[in-house]
Design a protein around this ligand. Structure first.
Ligand SMILES: Cc1ncc(COP(=O)(O)O)c(C=O)c1O
Length: 400
């Protein structure tokens, strides 16, 4: 069923295949595959030198084709933020999927427990009650699962707050029959926001020392960490260089955006949004790509060919740029924009226009964006064959 859904997206965008990247119906999401492959080679070479695995975070990418591409090139599995992403990735053939966040809620736990019967899924836990509920969901599904303990290493989001709490939770896990302890996860996201590279280095080292303390305390209590997972695009080289870290969860490195590009110069911009000039008045040009078409978190997008003209404002459907008399853009011209933030851009689209040598060579569906996609996967898994949606279901918007 999920393949059928993806197929319907490929069909809807089929007329774009073969067209030049500047000649698409706008707004359009463009993935330059040559540059994405180059970014993948760069990070794998860097991490190989550090003897650390790459477990790409697919929360932004949301695409089975991209996940498979990274695993085939040498990634050890993928990292997901939500249970829906994890299930779609597992069903797409990714053999080792880590949900780096806690899963809470009866339906989500049941979905996870069901999916764990068919593929290797690992989930983060940071408290005993959540772990017990998960164990119960697994028991009910006659299933089992590996877990990592999330350690808060300074970001103040998920994670146990001390090494002692990690040991206490590991002891609790050892009494639960359906879960087994695999190691630790942590995310030093507060360091990514640090613009000064020297300060960032110091902050990352302090954060990873927090994981080191938990590893040591667990070891003394008889718990061996088989994986220690952390890091992101902004910290991959520092975190990956620490011998205590076994894998790095970078995801945005594959595309880049203005936010990550300002932090780390190692990667090329492989993701753009194509917009059309729909208004030219006074010293403003307006594109048909507003905040419903491009991520503006942290920093505003920029035009790839006209970086000298700053964005003034992103309204819902309009991106407004200040220009001067020398600007030769005319009504109807198309321009590519580098997103301010890639993960919140991709989520707005159904598909990537995948480009090689400036031509669209494929349409890759952007799939796991919520529970509906799990519904499609679960139906496929349980029934074992595809079922046509009834007209009533289609009107309601999803199959039950
Ligand atoms: C748990 C976790 N790991 C890693 C990352 C890094 O992702 P990226 O490489 O896209 O910055 C994030 C980003 O939010 C995250 O939440």
């Amino acid at each position: 069923m999920i393949e059928k859904f993806a197929d319907s997206i490929r069909k809807a965008y089929a007329s774009a295949v073969g067209r030049h990247r500047r000649d698409l119906v706008t707004p359009a999401l463009i993935l330059d595959l040559d540059l994405a492959r180059e970014n993948l080679r760069t990070i794998l070479a860097g991490l190989r030198g550090l003897e650390t695995g790459l477990r790409p975070h697919i929360k932004g990418q949301k695409c089975p084709e991209l996940a498979r591409m990274q695993v085939q090139a040498g990634a050890i599995g993928v990292c997901a933020a939500t249970v829906w992403e994890a299930i779609v990735m597992s069903r797409a053939g990714i053999e080792d999927v880590l949900i780096a966040n806690e899963v809470q809620g009866k339906e989500k736990m049941a979905a996870l427990a069901q999916a764990a019967r068919q593929g290797r899924l690992t989930v983060a836990v940071d408290n005993a009650e959540n772990a017990s509920e998960l164990d119960e969901a697994l028991r009910a599904a006659n299933s089992s699962l590996e877990v990592v303990i999330e350690v808060d290493i300074g970001m103040g989001r998920g994670g146990v707050r001390s090494a002692a709490a990690a040991v206490e939770l590991a002891r609790h896990l050892s009494r639960l029959p359906n879960v087994s302890f695999r190691g630790l996860a942590g995310y030093e996201g507060h360091c990514t926001l640090e613009p000064d590279p020297q300060v960032r280095l110091r902050k990352v080292k302090a954060a990873i020392d927090g994981m080191g303390a938990a590893i040591q305390a667990l070891k003394e209590a008889g718990f061996e960490c088989r994986i220690v997972s952390a890091g992101g695009t902004g910290t991959y080289a520092i975190t990956g260089a620490d011998p205590r870290i076994t894998e790095v969860q970078a995801g945005s490195y594959l595309f880049m955006d203005r936010f990550h590009g300002a932090l780390i110069p190692d990667f090329k911009c492989a993701l753009t949004v194509l917009g059309t000039v729909v208004i030219k008045q006074g010293n403003a040009i307006v594109l048909d790509a507003g905040r419903k078409s491009i991520g503006i978190d942290f920093v505003l997008p920029a035009m790839t060919d006209y970086p000298e003209y700053p964005a003034r404002f992103f309204a819902e459907e309009h991106g407004i740029f200040d220009v001067d008399d020398r600007c030769e853009l005319k009504l109807g011209d198309t321009v590519e924009l580098v997103p301010g933030y890639a993960p919140t851009t991709i989520n707005l689209y159904e598909a990537y226009h995948v480009v090689e040598k400036d031509r669209v060579v494929a349409i890759w569906p952007i799939v796991p964006r919520g529970p509906m996609h799990w519904g499609l996967v679960a139906e496929d898994a349980e029934v074992g064959h595809e079922r046509e949606c009834t007209e009533k279901e289609l009107v309601r918007g999803h199959a039950t």
